[in-house]
Ligand binder design. Structure first.
Ligand SMILES: [Zn+2]
Length: 56
């Protein structure tokens, strides 16, 4: 099956990350690319910091 980055897809960018087992299955699964994983991590960290500030 084909792995696409859900974020890139939303932005209308080329989103195909590669193939995943089973390779003979013409299906699409969603993943995240290297670029968006960094953005996602930064956002998670920011939201965690935000929550910590609220509880203190
Ligand atoms: Zn992406």
């Amino acid at each position: 099956m084909t792995v696409v980055c859900a974020w890139c897809q939303r932005l209308g960018r080329p989103a195909v990350l590669g193939q995943k087992e089973p390779l003979d299955m013409a299906d699409i699964t969603h993943g995240i690319c290297d670029e968006h994983v960094l953005i996602w991590r930064a956002e998670v960290q920011q939201s965690l910091v935000g929550q910590a500030n609220r509880t203190v």
